[in-house]
Design a protein around this ligand. Structure first.
Ligand SMILES: [Zn+2]
Length: 155
């Protein structure tokens, strides 16, 4: 039973952004996309808006009893992320041990394959978040390593 691929791709937001909505009346953003602003109802003027890809950890927990198909990842940190537009979403934090995660930690969205992808199951992607490293340990990030400042010899 293969998922028809076009459907899967439709579920991946354009260029890996999360597509939410913005209400021009009350200036609030919402995710996922809503046709009707929950604040303004009929008076809302709603349009599509890309959600920011950075935010902070609002709250987090350690999941040790995952849904089936995720057993191999146990335990993993699950967090409520407050995006930079105040929208809160639930997402897994990747590439970081629990001890490194703090409320208020800056995070960056990453799109990752979710779950199994053997021949029978659909390849699906989901958004996860990685800590934005603050100088210290930059082990496995996508970013290029910091280039050291050239030392200027005086005299
Ligand atoms: Zn509104």
């Amino acid at each position: 039973m293969k998922h028809p691929l076009p459907l899967i791709w439709r579920m991946i937001p354009e260029k890996y952004y999360l597509m939410g909505s913005h209400c021009a009346t009350c200036k609030n953003d919402f995710f996922p996309f809503r046709q009707i602003c929950p604040n303004c109802r009929r008076l809302g003027k709603v349009s599509e808006k890309r959600m920011p890809t950075t935010g902070t950890v609002y709250s987090f927990t350690e999941v040790s009893a995952p849904p089936s198909g995720f057993e191999f990842e146990v335990p993993y940190p699950l967090a409520i992320i407050e995006l930079d537009n105040k929208v809160k979403i639930l997402a897994q934090i990747i590439d970081a041990p629990m001890e490194k995660i703090r409320i208020g930690s800056r995070v960056q969205m990453r799109f990752r394959r979710v779950g199994d992808d053997d021949e029978e199951s659909a390849i699906s992607y989901g958004y996860k978040f990685a800590l934005i490293e603050d100088a210290a340990s930059s082990a496995k990030t996508d970013k290029p390593a910091k280039t050291p400042k050239p030392t200027v010899s005086k005299g």
